[in-house]
Write a protein that binds this ligand. Sequence first.
Ligand code: FHN
Length: 613
Amino acid sequence: MMFTRDRAIALTVTLVGLLTLAPTTSSAQPDQGAVAAAPGPGTNYATDDPFTAERTAWFRDNRFGMFIHFGAYSNLEGEYTRPDGSTCQYSGGAEWLQYLCSIPKDEYEKQAATFNPKEFDAKAIVAAAKSAGQKYIVITTKHHDGYAMWPTKQNTWNLRDHSSFDKNRDILAELKQAADAEGIKLGFYYSIWDWHDPNFTGDFPQYKERMRAQLKELIDGYDPDLMWFDGEWTVASDRPVNPWSARDGEELESYLRDLDPSMVINNRVGKRRVSDGDYGTPEQEIPEAPVDGQLWESCMTMNNTWGYSRRDNNWKSGAELTRNLLNTTSRSGNYLLNIGPDKLGRVPAPSIAALKEIGDWLDRSGQGAAIYKAGFPGVVAEPDWGVVSRSGNDLYASVYHWPGAGKPLHLTTTTTGFTVGSASVLGSGQKVTVTKAGDGYDIIPSGDDTNPAATVIKLSITPPAPTAEGTGTGLKAEIFDNDQLSGSPRATRTDPTINYAWRFGGSPAESIPSDHFGTRWTGTIEPRYSEKYVFTTVSDDTVRVWVDGRLIIDNTRPHAPTVDKGAVDLQAGKKYAIRVEHTEQTGEAHMKLLWSSPNTPQQIVPSSQLSPN
Ligand code: FHN
């Protein structure tokens, strides 16, 4: 059984409950463990732009990570023998075995008591990640079964207190030390959904308290670079039904930001939406294009299961996994590729082999340049013979279907604003001819491909010189204490950017309540390239955007956090009138304005290009 994202997001979002433990505004200094100040008028939870922030640079540049699913479920290796001798087995979703086989709690606890991953070798795992070219690792610290993989003080359902493992060992500490020694970033997976804790169904506020205490242990004790939440969905047929709400997500994300503002957090901290956390998390699939409004990372298995299953030998080839990595990078996404250690903590040999195959490809002939610090090309459309990634003024055409010597590979351009200079095949001295052809260029290699996974043709391009960075300071903001933008504004100021996540408790200013408000931003916007600009908004409840007097985004039906887009051709250096109107009625409030162009990666429109007059 494949656990695709459908299971996780076939959910009805029920916004329930009151804010129990109010989070702080993100400007507050992290206060170890104290209950943070209540949010309220003037709180903006968006502290930076994940597309450009220094805080997220390592995540955006590195592109490739290792996922590790390792827990008490690993001890069963995908197969449970009932007391009557019958067996229950799953090749996919071995980490769900307790649920799928309806293993009684005491039986599951009994098997966990025999768990002894004595061959877990953090250095070897980090070495495997390095050999693959993976620059960060995310390990499950607590999956849905609630079993903690570190010596938590919150209960005894953990690897220290409830196993046959060496009580002097701490695998998270071992992994942290090994990762630090090799310059690998370390992230922690933590499931909100908990099958074991009686408070999950008995006293959810108390469960959230314990969850926060465990997360504080993890953050204080191991200093993770990233938190990967899971089990946030609410599916009526689940056992137990998960009451996690968007308000809970607001509270948790704010708590985490206060504990460590530098962490990167995925969108399953909330309800897996464009407005939650720093990045989106498609699972077992790769989006067909860059994701609008949010960074993203596709997590995938090497076979069919996240947790180890001794029966699942349906391993993907190294070539397929390499192409998955190239596909994600070419759409400005990350690839989080999973391994599932067995009950002794050993990494399956096929996983090790595949990881090395990927790493060898990356190391060969500088092909890693197509991945690291690379992303969506912008200036060409994705071809049918492979994918194209861009790093600065270099395009990397990764060819899956080689045309043969002398035959063309066509690239369709999306802008007239660049020329192609040199072209070469990485790892081959063959001549490559580039000629203008129809709606783009023909790239004509003179020799053979270099390997079965992907042959990379490096194209050095000359994009148009951008105009000098603007001297803008932002847009004039008129803030109204009503959702009709009527009467006089309660507050008028200059907002450097439109980058707001007010969520449930926040608002644009101290004088503005958290519901029934609106803002009009006006001024001018100055593009740095002469090309088509796509404007993207993330809004809740309504949004309208005019550029140069043209209404390019118009979504006035009250909505939950939603992405809208509109495009307009702009001339570099020219200042265009811009007007943005947002209204909040009740519930959550969000408003972000991003842009992108063939030569401008997606980002919050920077203040330098905005002027209030
Ligand atoms: O239910 C989990 C599943 O076991 C696995 O951990 C994946 C990996 O992201 N996440 C959930 C399914 O969406």
